[in-house]
Design a protein around this ligand. Structure first.
Ligand code: SF4
Length: 447
């Protein structure tokens, strides 16, 4: 007889919104239905049928993958790391906080660089926040209080599909009982996105002119008069109207995405956005929030910061943490051909990196932990299949507003498949054992 079970309050492990109201209907440990999630989240929870699931560790011998046990694969990975002089650990946006902690501890022991997704996405936002500071609040506060929502350079309707319905625009809140009727949504973007179509106001700006636009808006907020008719293609009156709207909000929030942080100006654009919000706080309560992509990229940033004091691009090559984005970030280290081995966890950099980076990935030994076959696993020397965090194993993830949320295990992973944390621990144990043996074998120094 089939056994049906309903699991409620499941957290979706796809994007930084970490929706925690998902309901999963199970029948004999198989997911039958996923309720409340958007299509992106439901596909991740059900299992991506378009990608090949990995179930056995693999070691590449003479350009062919050979199945191995976890112990054999861990030994091979440990040997690679023992020989490496400039290893890099990278990824971590789609795994849980225990795996972050274990990987950082291990990177320090090995003397490696530890880097994660911001070095190719929201790194400029992190740099700007370090310079200016951030007037932040939680998504819960926004849901209950905000009457003005401004999205710039981001399209949540497609990238974070439930962001507007759960946190910002449509839900009824404690102080916003009429939901969307009490809120105004403004979208500032270079094209009319799906989000712009549902907004109350859409302001189209010219590509790569975000800094000018935000600086002009800031000047108007501070009481200056613009002496030009348009800025970044936006008429002066529209900028003045927006400044008034923002100053008169009771509780406003500015969300920005990679359309701001990754265009010309980079961290200076974010700097302008953060400064604008700081200025607005002379008139009203206003907050600002980056739209983070992978479900636990904020977690990786928190964990490396509370361990090393730095948010990304951290080098342990000298035995203590050093921070220098560019010098110690993935793209720099790989394009200068410095790294001589890499450990990639929960990420597919080969599928998403510039050509020189991809070419260097092909030259060096890669140790990859992933539930699915990806372009990165295909280039790897050792591949470890792992469970899907938040579906087949639990853990902690940090929502984009830095709120930690406990992920639920919904079902068992494939037989014998370990978590990221367990695999990292296994490699570290093998590494210590081999290092000790090598030390014993080494001839004693004559003094
Ligand atoms: S919005 Fe993001 S977290 Fe929420 S269900 Fe969709 S993919 Fe999952």
């Amino acid at each position: 007889m089939s056994k049906k079970k309903i699991i409620s309050d499941v957290v979706c492990p796809f994007c930084g919104s970490l929706c925690d109201d998902i309901e999963v209907i199970m029948e004999n440990d198989t997911i039958k239905e996923v309720k409340n999630a958007c299509q992106l989240g439901a596909t991740k929870i059900r299992g991506n049928r378009n990608s090949k699931r990995l179930t056995k560790p693999l070691i590449k011998i003479k350009e062919e993958f050979v199945e191995a046990t976890y112990d054999e694969a861990a030994e091979q990975a440990a040997k690679i790391l023992l020989e490496a002089e400039f290893p890099i650990f990278y990824g971590f946006g789609s795994t849980e906080a225990n795996a972050h902690r274990e990987s950082i501890k291990f990177a320090e022991e090995v003397g490696a660089i530890w880097d994660h997704c911001p070095s190719v996405c929201h790194g400029p936002s992190v740099l700007a926040i370090q310079e200016i500071g951030i007037a932040g609040c939680t998504l819960g506060e926004i849901r209950n209080r905000s009457d003005l929502i401004v999205y710039i350079g981001t399209n949540p309707m497609e990238a974070h599909p439930r962001h507007m319905s759960r946190y910002t625009t449509f839900p009824r809140g404690f102080f916003r009982e009429k939901g969307f009727q009490e809120r105004t949504v403004v979208v500032i973007d270079i094209r009319k996105t799906e989000t712009a179509k549902v907004a109350n106001h859409y302001i189209q700006i010219q590509p790569n002119r975000d800094f000018e636009f935000l600086s002009a808006l800031r000047a108007v907020v501070r009481g200056q008069t613009l002496k030009v008719e348009t800025v970044a293609g936006v008429p002066r009156e529209k900028i003045e109207e927006l400044a008034e709207l923002m100053k008169n909000a009771k509780h406003g929030v500015l969300f920005f995405g990679l359309g701001l942080a990754s265009t010309k100006g980079n961290h200076r654009n974010v700097d302008a956005a953060l400064s604008l919000v700081r200025d607005l706080n002379d008139y009203t309560k206003f907050y600002v929030q980056p739209m983070r992509g992978h479900f636990n990229v904020t977690g990786a940033q928190n964990v490396i910061t509370w361990i090393s004091g730095y948010p990304f691009a951290v080098s342990y090559l000298k035995g203590y943490p050093q921070y220098n984005p560019g010098e110690f970030s993935l793209t720099g280290v790989m394009s200068r051909q410095e790294a001589d081995a890499a450990v990639i966890v929960a990420s597919d950099p080969v599928g998403n990196s510039p050509k020189q980076v991809m070419e260097h990935f092909a030259r060096i030994p890669l140790i990859v932990l992933d539930p699915y076959e990806t372009p990165t696993t295909q280039l790897a020397s050792v591949v470890f299949p792992v469970t899907i965090s938040g579906v087949e194993s639990d853990g902690t993830a940090y929502r984009m507003d830095h709120v930690p949320i406990r992920l639920r295990k919904i079902k068992k992973g494939p037989k014998g498949v370990l978590t990221d944390y367990a695999v990292l621990k296994k490699i570290a144990q093998k590494y210590r054992k081999l290092k000790k043996e090598n030390r014993k074998k080494a001839p004693k120094k004559e003094w």
